[in-house]
Design a protein around this ligand. Sequence first.
Ligand code: ATP
Length: 469
Amino acid sequence: MFKLDTIISLAKRRGFVFQSSEIYGGINGCWDYGPLGVELLLNIKKIWWHEMTSRTNIEGLDASILMHPKVWEASGHLTQFSDPMIDNKISKARYRADNLIEDFIEKLRKKNKNDLADECEQRLEHAQEPSDYYKIIMDYGINDPVSGNADWTEVRNFNLMFKTFIGPLDDAASTIYLRPESAQGIFVNFKNVMECGRQKIPFGIAQIGKAFRNEINTKNFLFRTREFEQMEMQFFVKPGEEKEWFDYWKEQRWNWYVKYGMKPEKLRWKEHEKLAHYANYAVDIEFEFPFGFGEIEGIHSRTDFDLSAHQKLSGKKLEYIDANTKERYTPYVVETSGGVSRGLMAFLCNAYDEEDTGEGDKRTVLHLHNSLAPIKCAVFPLVNKDGMPEKAQAIYEDLQKYFKVQYDVSGAIGRRYRRQDEIGTPYCVTIDGDTMSDNTVTIRDRDTMQQEKINADNLKMYLFDKLHK
Ligand code: ATP
């Protein structure tokens, strides 16, 4: 297992991810995606979008980030979307009370105090009110990891939604929120999309978009950020059929990650012990990050909670009428909700390797799936003379019309291979003396490091074939 710092350092050095506003010292929980990062993000979104919308019963949507404040009243976010927070009076450090207790339990387990850990865990599972968390912290004498003392404030609920104002007045009546999840944009458009898409139940709506949460503790690089993108699909079904669809989507989503290279042994299911107020079944797909297992996607059966709540508050009908049976009902929803940036981090960690290539030589390599690789192919002239740069440049420009290609003339070929391995480029093409005499080029495969000679005229087809497998 590699350290998270190793991945962060590669991500920064090679232009995947930068700290946001770095020249001003950065801002917590926000990241910028550099030239390679933006390609990888786009590739993740592309394969997800294709996976969803290539089905005849899934439509796409792009709803706005700012929505009517009543949306968040109906969804329960105004009152329920909060984390229990506690402050240490001496160090002024602020924690999520549940995380503080979880870390304490982990420490107990490391010291083999498993009985105490089990008991504490049981109490945490049943904690609901801020006072429940406070009592656990007091009863077990949990100290601040920074200052080592237990001089705590009360536990308070802290709403995670970012507030701002709409229009020229900054008063309570103009208060509006940055959406904390993209799903609500789908619920309020359920009827619009169903009618114009001429869809019948069961059908789904897919959306990719930014979400914002004023997380108390941002940590672990891209894992918990304040601004992030979600890929969400809400699937509308007949009440009573949700369990069947829930199982179906569980399998589909797991298979999607594996299809795009996620090692199955690095994935696991996590059943929700405490179901959210709207859910009747819920499970997460977790990935084993360098800091432990963490959620990358949730599959939730949300009943008719959201549609019914919007129906009630807006006074608009959000029902479905079965054309054959004339049955009328509010559909149930099974959602798949994944984070794009958490996914990116998981794909990076999954692909990263340091390998011994023999003769005391080592290489860092990203074994990214071809569909995810930011750069699909690199083109090198063996030497910077004898017509090779011109020929290589022509090949590069031709390939670049179809997919992302890099041209590199500097350094020994071995070093150029290493540079591409480190960013996950699946193929490198070298133009050498033979190219000038018999028009053959050498293709080198990132994973096997095998080289193959083919006619330059067949290169495009060869790469198309490999890249679309
Ligand atoms: P967590 O328990 O980790 O806070 P959650 O259960 O609140 O996550 P959901 O509301 O189910 O998460 O959101 C769906 C997906 O959105 C998550 O699986 C994750 O990939 C992504 N996500 C949620 N919060 C964040 C965040 N703060 N930063 C990055 N991605 C996030």
